[in-house]
Design a protein around this ligand. Sequence first.
Ligand SMILES: [Mg+2]
Length: 152
Amino acid sequence: MARLFILDLDHTLIYGSYAEKESAELLFQHNPFLKVYKRPLAEELIRICQTKGDIIVYTTALRKYAKTVCDKLAIHPKALLSRKNCKIIHGKHKKTVKSDWVTSYKDIIIIDDSPNIWLSNDDNLTFLVPEEFRGQAADIGLQKIINLLKRY
Ligand SMILES: [Mg+2]
């Protein structure tokens, strides 16, 4: 049975910044104030996930923004879940694992800098948690995860 990767966007693969400039590579300018930077190795991580399973992108961001990020990073997810797919608990957006994912996939690997944003913690979930990306060109937070996924 297949494997599912659930990818977070903000602070995992990208960083949206209101500052004048960050050192990482600019992915796109979302609006006059917000620039979105690509995390080093983001595309390599996506490529590995794409060869080893299906991808779902799950973000607490708004859908239109998330769609642009997916397009710019060439992610072709089976599904894109955004803010409207989150549960709100005590005013905070939370992510939940859908039951049909659990029945359709043997392994579910969640790559997210904020594991505490997830309500579910099933046995067949694996959390890979990179440190938070904040726009630094020297960031190597994805390297460890890539090395791990190469052995999958
Ligand atoms: Mg995040």
